[in-house]
Design a protein around this ligand. Structure first.
Ligand SMILES: [Zn+2]
Ligand SMILES: [Zn+2]
Length: 465
């Protein structure tokens, strides 16, 4: 009997196995398993590396390779020459090397996380991993790799910053040169790809806005170019900001790129033509130039999720009011947002949790102070869970099930109905002394203007008169 791998048929089978492995991690683990597998790999290394790279990265591999091979020390102009020289580089045939792998994997992870997020927000709120079809995923990934490459080639570094600061004659030429390079980069895309790139850029901007909301740093309000600055640091850094719920990773990147100018970078309000409209203006300008060239040919842009039957069937509805505002629904997969502290969530979703207090309670200075102190300590999600699990829920509200969703409006009303009950329960749990109930309960008007009355009686109760 022959040893495994000795006959040509065995070797073919082994190579087929290696070529089918889904990730580089799986590949390098597998070739350690047996000498036969290792030998097969060694003899067909190029073929196997290319196949696994395709399995791991997907059909956007040519763009992924362009990004993996970009070196920040190479001048953008030189790198663009390499990209545009079709004869020297055909990425479909181009050999993936061991040096590429580390970059490919790192970028592929970033792209996969963005795709999960996109699918969750735009396609299927019930699932946190990507539910995009192969075609949708390919469109999304191409656009995201392009965005990553664009931010690498045109970073918000000191050159971008200094061009307008420098009053010499060559400023205009410098500026024109950079604008031309940007347009040249985008000219490689078809119209649909440019529209999809724009769509992904808007999505990334949505995420920047969300971070700005929860971070309550008001970066967007205080600097009109903040969105462009954020785009220029690239999707990997923005993803980190999203995960950390704050802009520190962004400031660190700007610090690194542009050490001398950081404080001014965020505060400077003079015009910086390379920052304002950083990407979107250039996409528009390339599309407009094409439209002007071929005015009789009107193409319909294909969005990432495609044209066709609306995705509405996938959207759940609010279990209480049946409204279908899909991405303002709270349920199993969106609880994470509700686990932010009440304070943080307050600035994002609800102006102030005490406005949820029923009747005249929100104008009772004594209660508002107490309740605010309690709310600051308790994540919103915990309050909501308590109401359901500690028997506080009023019967007119649905019980939760696995597919229970509640819209923001209903959630607001739900809190109005229950918050005072929850506060009283917390006081009982803490063995606080609770004063006698006022007959007029939360509707009492006297609690608003008579401090003594507000202090002496409990108003977190149903009116009995
Ligand atoms: Zn509702
Ligand atoms: Zn009263």
């Amino acid at each position: 009997m022959q040893k495994l791998g000795d006959s040509p048929i065995h070797a073919d089978v082994l190579i087929c196995i290696l070529r089918a492995l889904p990730t580089f991690e799986a590949l390098f683990a597998t070739i350690r398993v047996s000498k036969a597998l290792y030998t097969a790999y060694n003899h067909h290394r190029n073929e196997v590396l290319n196949a696994v790279a395709f399995n791991h990265v997907g059909p956007a591999l040519p763009l992924a390779l362009q990004l993996a091979r970009h070196n920040e020390h190479t001048p953008t102009e030189d790198y663009m020459m390499v990209l545009s020289n079709d004869e020297s580089l055909n990425y479909w045939d181009f050999q993936v090397t061991i040096e590429d792998i580390c970059h490919l994997v790192k970028h592929a992870n970033v792209v996969a996380e963005w795709e999960d997020l996109y699918s969750f927000r735009k396609k299927d709120i019930r699932r946190k991993t990507s539910q995009l079809t192969i075609l949708q995923s390919w469109r999304f990934q191409k656009a995201l790799y392009r965005l990553m490459l664009y931010s690498r080639l045109f970073p918000a570094d000191k050159t971008a910053y200094a061009i307008t600061k420098n009053g010499s004659v060559s400023v205009t030429t410098e500026l024109e040169r950079e604008c031309l390079l940007r347009k040249e980069f985008l000219s490689d895309c078809f119209n649909n790809e440019l529209n999809q790139l724009r769509e992904v850029t808007y999505f990334v901007m949505e995420i920047i806005k969300w971070v700005d909301n929860v971070d309550s740093s008001d970066m967007i309000a205080s600097n009109k170019e903040f969105m462009d600055i954020a785009l220029s640091v690239g999707p990997a850094t923005i993803l980190e900001c999203f995960q950390n719920l704050g802009f520190e990773p962004l400031t660190e990147t700007i610090n690194r790129l542009c050490a001398d100018t950081t404080p001014e970078f965020f505060e400077d309000n003079t015009s910086r033509p390379l920052l304002s409209g950083y990407l979107l203006d250039f996409i528009s300008s390339v599309l407009q130039a094409r439209d002007a060239e071929s005015s009789q040919h009107i193409s319909i842009p294909i969005p990432i999720l495609g044209i066709g039957p609306s995705m509405k069937a996938l959207y759940p509805r609010c279990s209480q009011c049946s409204s279908s505002s899909p991405f303002h629904l709270w349920g199993q997969t969106t609880w994470d947002y509700l686990s932010l502290s009440s304070q943080v969530l307050g600035t994002y979703l609800f102006p102030s949790l005490t406005t949820f207090l029923k009747g005249e309670l929100r104008n009772n200075p004594v209660e508002v102070k107490h309740v605010e102190a309690l709310l600051v300590k308790t994540p919103f999600k915990e309050i909501y869970q308590d109401i359901h699990t500690k028997n506080l829920k009023l019967s007119q509200w649905h019980d939760r099930s696995d597919d229970y969703w509640i819209c923001t409006l209903c959630l607001t009303n739900f809190m109005k109905d229950h918050l005072h009950l929850w506060v009283i329960m917390k006081r009982k749990e803490a063995n606080d002394q609770i004063a006698n109930d006022c007959w007029y309960g939360y509707n009492c008007r006297t609690q608003v203007h008579k401090l003594g009355h507000a202090q002496q009686l409990n108003h977190l109760c149903e009116p009995t008169r």
